[in-house]
Design a protein around this ligand. Structure first.
Ligand code: AMP
Length: 306
């Protein structure tokens, strides 16, 4: 069993109503890797510039992330993203996206990654995501894809092509509406699943996540938290928990995906407690099982209908 993760590795600058970060390390691939390694080793595919800190790469290696598929372009700059959150901490505006090394990224899948059984396509240009799929000689058992509105705006044709190649698509509620052209999330889900993926996850921030498959739907709440410090990377961390659980258990059934979205939600609830990847780096297996217990308590009730 091997998990390959594709996604941006970045510098982020984040503003919330309660604080502002300097330029910190982020990126979809970074969050997914920090999270998924709680469950299984990761083989990473990404690109960074010469300005990306070596100690961050070393920390990932120590964590169980293979960086053979991460290109380092010494004379170029790492991808940069900045965003500002609204008062609700659920919605945000992108202030700036500098693609830098991501602009002409050609991923190369190393030979040692060809045993990939689970492929997590984190947020990146859809043409890059599909190039990884086509470079794999054997189709993985499960391909999961995340994306964002940015790619809907500038690369819709590529995006639809990549979506048609995957098993599970993850988007947030506004992206599901944008992609389907339908305000109803139930109808949007039906429209999106016709584009290819058999499973669709719609993330709703502090309002949890929905998992759709055929005519079935399952809901996972988000843990109500006293303070949300920085929601950046929550979606990627959710993805890392989801695919990490699936890869660890080797079970790609709808039933197991229900558990996987609870695991994703539990991991995301840690991510938002501090800026950047800081909180994720500090948790261990007992923290994770403690939080999973809180989820069980949150949704467990008895009912007698007679
Ligand atoms: P999330 O909060 O889970 O949606 O993910 C936030 C992360 O996505 C940040 O760390 C950014 O560096 C990264 N990101 C933002 N825009 C893009 C983009 N267009 N392509 C790839 N990664 C991005």
């Amino acid at each position: 069993m091997s998990l390959v993760v594709v996604g941006s590795m970045a510098f982020d600058a984040i503003e919330t109503p309660f604080g502002k970060s300097d330029k910190i390390v982020g990126g979809a691939g970074t969050y997914i890797a920090w999270c998924a390694t709680n469950f299984t080793p990761v083989k990473q595919i990404s690109v960074v510039g010469g300005d990306f800190p070596q100690d961050e790469l070393d920390a990932l290696t120590a964590r169980g992330v293979s960086l053979e598929g991460v290109q380092i372009k010494k004379d170029e700059k790492t991808f940069f993203w900045s965003g500002r959150y609204h008062m609700d901490m659920n919605t945000r505006d992108t202030l700036e996206t500098q693609l830098n090394v991501l602009g002409d990224f050609n991923p190369v899948v190393p030979e040692s990654y060809q045993d990939c059984e689970y492929l997590m396509l984190g947020n990146l240009a859809p043409a890059v995501q599909s190039s990884v799929i086509t470079q794999l000689k054997k189709r993985p058992k499960l391909i999961v894809m995340d994306t964002m509105n940015f790619w809907m705006e500038i690369a819709m044709d590529d995006l639809k092509k990549t979506i048609s190649m995957v098993d599970v698509l993850m988007v947030n509620d506004s992206e599901a509406r944008q992609l389907s052209g339908d305000f109803s999330l139930v109808r949007a889900a039906a429209t999106i699943m016709k584009m290819g993926p058999k499973f669709l996850i719609i993330k709703k921030g502090e309002h949890g996540a929905l998992l759709f498959h055929d005519n079935k739907v399952f809901f996972a709440p988000a843990l109500p938290l006293e303070d949300v410090f920085d929601p950046t990377g929550a979606g990627d961390t959710f993805a890392g928990g989801f695919i990490g659980h699936i890869a660890r258990t080797g079970d790609i059934s709808f039933e197991n995906m229900k558990t996987a979205i609870i695991v994703g939600s539990a991991m995301a609830s840690y991510c938002v407690e501090k800026f950047g990847t800081e909180r994720l780096r500090s948790i261990d297996k007992s923290d994770i099982s403690g939080r999973l217990d809180e989820f069980v308590q949150l949704v467990n009730f008895d009912i007698n209908l007679v």
